[in-house]
Design a binder for this molecule. Structure first.
Ligand code: SF4
Length: 470
């Protein structure tokens, strides 16, 4: 998928001006947050479970090459083929080659963020293989001219019911309906035909289990199971960081993933798929391929951003992020939105190509508090900002302004004078109205709302006064 992260500011402005998106985001706001808050209370010691999950993920990432080798051995022993892709172009090449080798005309897909990274659907279509998304949200996006997702687990959270109704009516040539169960039934009827006629299924993988060579898939719609068992070829496309040591580790992570993602104690479908169809078995693929993808991940191993590789793609960080909740996911311009995307996109696509993303956060630390594997997201965002300054990637006036700020802030008397002057100036601008509608030097701050006027004295003046009054 081509990154539009360099247009973040304009994307955000467009999102704020989109009334349908704003209404949908407002409607969804808090839904996952409230459910998660209830679901985590079911775990006796939630913090200890988070700590255990962090340990499991760190254990693998610190010796990633060894665990990947172990996974390759066990998966191969169960009849699978393990292939390696260094980037999106290689993913596309390998999947198309597999498709051609097996005479595939149609491929059904369950959600795979890696295939979004690679733009796999376009490559399949160009090679004469029809890709069909079967996750309901992803299907809606596909029939809407391959629109990008706006959330990693709820890809159409930005869309209204009316938009979906129009889309189904136009695409399926059926009477327009706005009843959600009826719309879902219509999608099932359309997709069923595809499940039964596709020769290849493509899925992502929530976890790869090294001791058994299995892939674990966590879904709510059941499409994952159809994609991975009905077609004769199954291709798993997933990142190299998804490997975990044992099934017992999977059990620990599964206590956290659905609760953090959708606030469910357990997802509707948890599949652990191992090897190809054995003699006498009625379902499962005859051919199973794992494409394990680097696409920037290996470079993060051993770096100061390594913690980010623990991510289990639950989406809790974006559900709790005030910036994401306001602008939605498409504004972030690439596959991953919210705080996790603001770290991953610069790391995977280049810091210079996503300059504004590390700044798309208030650093309130809601994301860090809810992350089930304890990724210090605000700290990583701050480190990315530091890297931008070190590499002179910020505009000259911003660098100059920060230098000036540092110079003044290290001179207490001058700093005191400056803040006194600033407070009086802002009070004068507010002109007794309590807020400022136009800030001359920073016009963007007052573009969408008024800036509150300071009330009375500076902090230092109040502190000194308190000292005098005892
Ligand atoms: S960074 Fe943490 S909270 Fe965000 S998606 Fe990844 S695991 Fe979930």
């Amino acid at each position: 998928m081509e990154s539009r992260a360099h247009r973040f500011k304009q994307n955000a402005v467009d999102s704020l001006a989109n009334p349908v998106l704003q209404a949908s985001m407002k409607k969804a706001k808090g839904k996952f947050v409230d459910k998660r808050a209830i679901a985590i209370k079911e775990i006796d010691d939630f913090e200890a479970t988070r700590e255990a999950a962090k340990r499991i993920r760190n254990q693998v990432i610190e010796n990633l090459d060894l665990w990947l080798e172990k996974f390759e051995q066990t998966a191969t022993a169960r009849g699978a083929k393990v292939l390696w892709a260094k980037d999106g172009a290689e993913i596309c090449r390998l999947v198309v080659e597999i498709g051609k080798q097996h005479g595939v005309k149609k491929a059904v897909k369950s959600k795979s963020m890696l295939s979004e990274e690679a733009g796999l659907n376009l490559a399949l279509a160009a090679a004469g293989i029809q890709p069909v998304e079967t996750d309901l949200g992803e299907y809606i996006l596909q029939i809407n001219d391959n629109e990008p997702p706006s959330h990693i687990i709820a890809p159409v959270v930005h869309k209204s019911l009316d938009e979906v109704a129009d889309l189904f009516h136009k695409t399926h040539h059926t009477p327009r309906k706005t009843d959600i169960p009826q719309l879902t039934r219509e999608a099932r009827e359309v997709l069923r035909e595809h499940f039964l006629t596709a020769e290849m299924g493509i899925s992502g993988g929530n976890f790869l289990i090294a001791e058994t060579g299995s892939v674990a898939l966590v879904t709510n719609e059941g499409n994952g199971r159809m994609v991975t068992t009905l077609p004769r070829v199954h291709v798993v496309v997933t990142g190299i960081e998804k490997v975990i040591p044992t099934l017992e580790d999977l059990a620990t992570l599964m206590r956290l993933l659905p609760r953090s993602a959708t606030g469910q104690s357990i997802s509707n479908y948890v599949s652990v798929l191992t090897g190809t169809k054995a003699e006498g078995e009625s379902d499962g693929p005859e051919h199973l391929y794992f494409i394990l993808v680097d696409n920037g991940r290996a470079e993060v191993v051993g770096s100061e951003f390594q913690d980010m590789l623990r991510c289990i793609r639950c989406g809790a960080c974006m559900n709790h992020c005030p910036v994401y909740q306001t602008i939605g996911g498409q504004a972030y311009g690439w596959v991953y939105p919210g705080p996790m995307g603001s770290v991953l996109t610069p790391l995977y696509t280049g810091l210079e190509n996503a300059l504004d993303l590390p700044h798309a956060a208030t650093l309130c630390n809601q994301c860090g508090v809810v992350c089930p594997v304890k990724i210090p997201l605000p700290e990583l965002l701050r480190k990315l900002r530091e890297k931008q300054v070190e590499r002179h990637l910020r505009p000259w006036f911003e660098r100059l302004a920060f230098r000036l700020w540092a110079w003044v802030a290290s001179r207490p008397a001058l700093y005191g004078l400056g803040t006194r002057f600033a407070v009086r100036y802002l009070e004068w601008l507010a002109d007794g109205k309590g807020s400022i509608s136009r800030l001359g030097l920073a016009p963007e701050w007052t573009q969408g709302r008024n800036f509150p006027a300071p009330e009375g004295k500076t902090f230092r003046e109040l502190y000194a006064q308190r000292g005098r009054n005892g």
